[in-house]
Design a protein around this ligand. Sequence first.
Ligand code: GLN
Ligand code: ZN
Length: 758
Amino acid sequence: MAVPNVLSSPPSTLKTANLGFPRMGRERELKFALEGYWNGKRTADDLAAVAKRLRASHWQLQQAAGIDFIPSNDFSLYDQVLDTLVLIGATPERFGAGPVTPDRYFAMARNSHEQTAMEMTKWFDTNYHYLVPEWSAGLTFKVDTAKLLREVGEARELGIETRPVLIGPLTLLLLGKGVDGFDALTLLPRVIAAYVDVLAQLHVARVEWVQIDEPILATDLPEGAAEAFRTAYAALTKSPVKLMLTTYFDALGSNLPLAVELGTAGIHIDAVRAPEQVDTVVAALKPAQMLSVGCVEGRNIWLTNFAHASSLLSAAVAALGEDRVIVAPSSSLLHVPHDLHSETELPSRLRGWLRFAEEKLDEVVALARFDTVAAARNALAIADRAAAETTVNPVVRAQLAALESKDFARAAVYAERTAVQRAELGLPLFPTTTIGSFPQTAEVRKHRAAHKHGHETTEQYEEFLRVSIEDCIRQQEAIGLDVLVHGEFERNDMVEYFAAFLDGFAFTEYGWVQSYGSRCVKPPVIFGDVARPNPMTVKWTEYARSLTSRPMKGMLTGPITILQWSFVRNDIPRQQTAWQIALALRDEVRDLEAAGIRIIQVDEPALREGLPLRRADWDGYLDWAVDAFKLATSSVGNETQIHTHMCYCEFDDILPSIAALDADVISMETARSQMELLEAFRAHGYPNEIGPGVYDIHSPRVPDTVEMKKLLDLALQVLKPEQIWVNPDCGLKTRAWPETLAALTNMCAAAVELRASM
Ligand code: GLN
Ligand code: ZN
């Protein structure tokens, strides 16, 4: 095995950095401590002690790995954006003022009887959710560095000097929302003053470097932001504390001149998502600025290609000298699982291609040391992965290569299809249905766990499922729903359930990643070509259909949602993996159709979430994402009705793509927004059918018929009667049976009233 020649005259060691470490702990200790505290089973002191132990152990393992710049303040009991608001004294006014007690902190983060929590939304294009700042004129901006300085001090007690992490002022401001249309940027002077104060206190605490995260620089900046950046950093760079302006998730692109001009002591760039920017950034830097090269992926779990990363580093070193180059992960390691040691069940070959947070630190250090032994080992693993026959399925590749445009389009246009479907299905005006899942009660989960752990035989478990499905169908019939579902009792999760049937997927045992607060997800790993050896849902759907004379809707998760909620292989384009999943789903759709299922719903709640950060890249993504859906769903006959469901989604700017999906029926969340979302559909002249959710499933509250009828009247103002379906906002899995039955009964009554009024 030839060692890449960039390593033949090794420079001396480069400095290494980490940008953030997973907080939960190897065994998700933080999750359990938090939940124990919330349940009243643990005291605040207990929780604090667990958190402190985790921080200490994470700092120590970073030190042991050989990381020079070890982050502090990357830890959080809930969310780093909320922590930053606490730091600068800008927590939402509606939660009161004064020092933030643990109770108030968690009240902002979690719904309670008194208050709805702060809104949560995805952190850039990750599956991590942050709490959205609420900007208003009355914020007090009282700086409180207690947490920040405590962490710096704790690390020091262990003999570790850290580089504290702050979310930068512009990213913080721009990710928030102005309350009642308030313009957040008018707060800039007060925000700047707060950050200046924070830096001054860090200086007094003898902190030398701060990592200031401004990932917003990797997006299209709104008007006024560039100027605001200049104003802010003119003030911040007066501090003697050195700032590492940290960007990630995409290239700086047109914001590069701005980023450099801000004059921070260093800039961190994502050289995984955007390796091509290394050269341009190197050329643009000011004379003494340091460059932190994020060349180990913080967003995915694959091993780094050392030859590739070393050549990026060598180019940077050649231009800037060794002292100005730092090696780092591309982003915080928050987005990958803790460590690989405990994954003893994974096939060992696959394991050799994976790196979790701890292993990624080792990669950073090996790259910084131009370690030839590690590089040779890496080259072997890279070559092993590239040559692995387990990742290539020639049948799937041939199928993909043979696709024609007719594979992406229904046989007839919607207007023709709907006529056939109406005749075939015989549904009333305003047909009623649900989004798929019915309550996943403790009993359902108990049986699933018992089966999984071998305490219940497959026969026993399946008998339980049959009884649950039958009961669910009888309930739906009694309520008077028009299109029934089987209830999804057999599914633990809308992606994992499918992944378990598909070739090309693997599952970790402990590969947890924080989604929000104490909530973690364990995404499946797509390591190879995807194929569907056997049907996945046909048995249960067919069984359900056999129990009733009403139409039974088959339920599938769409290709983009499966893609988005998995760790996706990086050795072929995402588009190809998406289409492979689509082909597998197409097989399933065909089998469902052959089994007499006339309505098939393919859920795509993650379609929007796959959008690239930069507008200019949207169309490319939307084209292949829409095609993936069409590939999965277009092979059915005109009489088969395709539904899709999107949860909550802002449709305004992607409506042409939503329309291009050409689903016969789309359902979505609209209850909480008073049907506002429908306006985009009207403006677009969207022709197909729509099921705007008429009640919020996120709370146990049972809305009455009048309330749901009002929402339907609103829908009627923008849609034609034949276009409208009646359904809840989303699946009912988190609800209990009594409220579910009551709400669905009221919902069907609203549909009946509406029909009578026509
Ligand atoms: N069919 C799924 C359910 O009802 C859809 C869930 C979702 O869109 N998030 O649970
Ligand atoms: Zn939903």
